[in-house]
Design a protein around this ligand. Structure first.
Ligand code: G3H
Length: 527
């Protein structure tokens, strides 16, 4: 079948992206390139993936150049950027977000081609990121204002603020290549750190239109953007021991292998958002229509390729039949389309994914599950129609593995200890969705669930947003907390100036403030 692409979203010629940003200079790569191919039009094997561009396959030498630039700009905390006035850093960020906004259409188009995200969600990802930056600026002003007060205790006067940590290596995921990466990068740099950022495997070309904005907004070395394979670029950087913060949203196995390369582990701070296996628990008195709708969105928006997606459903025996019937019918009604058609289901960007999902389905079938919905498991070259696997059990791969794709295992329960034990034994502890009405049942359950995960969603599917709320997890799901406010904390440390409370010191402090001699000791308020 030939697909027609609306002219405004078409990519007529491959985008040959040749540049990178190191030490404030846009460099032109003259080495090897990786092809960037899109799966979205290739529903059949005989339609090859569309070549949409090329991106630099940079090498270790350039990875280390980027590190040197970040290291030089930080200069052990004595560089221009980490010692700059807060409002000057804020001005740089404001300039960046203004320039970034001009690239909306280009980035949105590439989000659709590179990762198959539908048009509305691609626009949402861009706009949410812009909002995130603006909110970060406001929050930083607030933190700065809160730090503008002297404290006096036991004869010691102190001015306590938050200071940067150093060089940040920033690695984001393919499912939110803009939003989640920037939710690390932006708070990291505004706090005075310097950064090296390497985009994920998918969602690379969409970063290219923003290189100029970074170059024109920040001093040299503050943000360095390189392209290439993780192993070739991130590993040598970690081995030097010069990275102070590893900021990664992705898989725990990558986070562990990168940490292991660092020679001085106690110096390394971690800000990690990792995988999850968020369950839905549907109690016998749940509002069925609501539970069905929330579970569909929760498990299948962006085809389940979200760390917060519902990845296993526990439904009470009493209502399982009704729930499964409605759930399966509604899933079979979902439309699969191209990103600009704004369907919930869109092609999978990873070429190996359909086979992986199909293998999970086959494995579950061998171990006693059936595919309950009529279209479940229908496979094409770039998609697998969402499959409801029932009854799932602990022998199946899909019970433990984070599927990150369109397959939904469902397990019936009579005894609430069944889902609770699943959560207690799981390696993950991000969120849960709990559906029910009786406060008598919900109350004690909530009291346990909040200690197994970090967010209990009542009659609501799991999600990260709104971004002002804390996003974190227990066990292998996260290290540190992200939210507009928490991210600023995660990328900084409290540091302060203390002095014995006597006349001489008071006089010095007064002069420092009045004559504006220090960017740290000051009491001005940024409005
Ligand atoms: O991949 C995980 C994302 O943080 C999920 O964010 O809940 O806003 O889709 P979301």
């Amino acid at each position: 079948m030939l697909h027609s692409v609306p002219p405004e979203f078409d990519i007529k010629e491959p985008i040959n992206h040749k540049t990178y940003l190191i030490d404030g200079k846009i460099g032109k790569w003259d080495g090897e390139y990786s092809e960037v191919k899109s799966t979205i039009l290739s529903s059949k094997k005989n339609i090859p993936y569309k070549l949409i561009g090329h991106s630099p396959k940079m090498d270790e030498k350039h990875a280390l150049k980027a590190l040197d630039a970040a290291d030089k700009a930080y200069k052990n905390g004595t560089g221009k950027w980490p010692t700059m006035k807060v409002y000057e850093r804020i001005n740089c960020m404001q300039k960046f977000v203004d320039l970034m906004k001009m690239k909306r259409e280009e980035v949105v188009k590439l989000l659709m081609w590179e990762i198959g995200k539908n048009l509305n969600d691609s626009r949402k990802e861009f706009d949410r990121t812009v909002d995130y930056i603006n909110e970060t600026i406001n929050e930083y002003k607030k933190i700065d204002r809160d730090g503008a007060t002297f404290q006096n205790n036991s004869g010691v006067r102190a001015l306590i603020r938050r200071g940067p940590l150093g060089v940040v290596l920033c690695l984001g995921p393919y499912n939110y290549p803009l939003n989640e990466t920037f939710a690390l990068l932006i708070p990291a740099i505004i706090m005075g750190n310097t950064a090296i950022f390497k985009p994920a495997k998918h969602g690379v070309l969409l970063i290219a239109p923003l290189l100029d904005a970074f170059k024109n907004s920040f001093p040299p070395g503050v943000v360095n953007i390189i392209f290439g394979r993780g192993r070739e670029m991130a590993s040598p950087i970690m081995k030097t021991g010069k990275v102070n913060v590893l900021a990664l949203i992705g898989h725990s196995s990558s986070a562990i292998s990168l940490q292991d390369l660092h020679p001085q582990k106690n110096r390394l701070r971690l800000v990690l958002g990792l995988e999850a296996k968020n369950p839905a628990i549907i109690l016998d008195d749940a509002d069925l229509d609501l539970a069905v709708n929330e579970c569909i969105n929760g498990s299948l928006s962006f085809n389940g390729q979200r760390c917060t997606a519902l990845k296993i459903i526990y439904v009470h025996e009493k209502i399982k039949e009704k729930f499964l019937k409605q759930f399966c019918e509604k899933i079979d009604d979902l439309k699969l389309g191209l990103p600009w058609e704004n369907t919930l289901l869109t092609p999978l960007p990873e070429p190996h994914k359909p086979k992986y999902i199909n293998d999970l389905i086959e494995d579950a079938k061998e171990k006693g599950a059936r595919v309950l919905n009529k279209k479940g498991g229908e496979i094409s070259n770039n998609y697998v129609f969402p499959a409801v696997l029932y009854p799932a059990n602990e022998e199946m791969k899909v019970y433990k593995e984070e599927q990150f794709g369109p397959v939904v295992p469902v397990i019936p329960f009579n005894d609430i200890d069944i889902p609770i034990s699943f959560m207690a034994e799981s390696n993950y502890g991000q969120q849960v969705s709990l559906f029910g009405k009786s406060e008598k049942k919900l109350g004690p359950l909530i009291d346990s669930l909040v200690n197994l995960v970090c967010r209990v969603n009542l009659n609501t599917s799991c999600q990260r947003g709104p971004d002002v709320f804390p996003f974190t997890g227990r066990k292998d799901s996260a290290v540190a907390t992200l939210s507009v406010h928490d991210a600023l904390r995660s990328f900084s440390i409290r540091t302060f100036v203390a002095s014995r409370d006597n006349e001489t010191n008071k006089e010095i402090l007064r002069k420092l403030i009045d004559n504006k001699e220090s960017n740290f000791i000051r009491t001005d308020y940024y409005l």
